[in-house]
Design a protein around this ligand. Structure first.
Ligand code: 5GP
Length: 183
């Protein structure tokens, strides 16, 4: 693996996560929220964000994977993951979400296919409200029109790792968001 380059430092991430937490705290004042993390990439963002949300808050997790051939890590790095749009649920939330305030917590919005699928799935269960918090957003790659409600950073079309994001399951435990050079 060639050298990783820091794109967003841990200090900048901490500051922005705290701002997002403050905004969520304000928007839902006096209400309870369920933070639903999308496995596995969002786990570190969720754990930091949750501590900046000063509300009656609980956690849940949802897991997805794409149908079709996942590219090899090298292909994924070169051209991104152009999934077919068919998303498969690998783990559902553990509770009923009807009439609850749900915030889906994601690591990165890329084509928007995963989040569009998840929003449709959960919306059908009639939550009181459903919003999306994402640490990163790559708007230039979007295939479906989708906006995050709470967005940490908009980034260019680079393949990033760290702070929960992986490359072949590695680098999730790096504290900064780093670019993997495409060479
Ligand atoms: P989408 O359905 O929006 O195309 O895909 C979102 C998912 O693709 C993310 O949850 C993440 O797993 C993966 N992904 C997209 N861009 C990147 C990236 O730059 N780095 C890593 N590690 N994963 C990415």
């Amino acid at each position: 693996m060639s050298e990783l380059k820091v794109l967003i430092s841990r200090q900048k991430i901490a500051k922005r996560v705290s701002e997002l937490g403050a905004q969520i705290t304000k928007d839902y004042a006096g209400q309870a929220v369920i933070l639903v993390g999308v496995l596995k990439g969002a786990t570190i963002f969720l754990s930091d964000l949750a501590r900046q949300v000063h509300l009656d808050a609980t956690f849940d997790f949802i897991g997805v994977s794409s149908y079709g051939n996942r590219p090899t890590p090298t292909q994924e790095l070169k051209s991104g993951w152009d999934s077919t749009g068919e998303v498969k649920l690998t783990k559902d939330v553990d509770q009923t979400i009807k009439d609850k305030n749900i915030i889906l917590v994601e690591d990165i919005l890329d084509t928007g296919l995963t989040m569009t699928y998840l929003k449709r799935l959960l919306q059908a269960r009639q939550p009181k409200s459903l919003k999306v918090a994402t640490l990163l957003d790559k708007p230039s790659r979007r295939k479906l029109p989708l906006e995050g409600d709470y967005v940490g950073f908009k980034i260019p079309d680079e393949f990033v790792v760290g702070y929960g994001l992986d490359y072949a399951e590695k680098y999730r435990n790096i504290s900064d968001i780093c670019v993997v050079p495409r060479k």
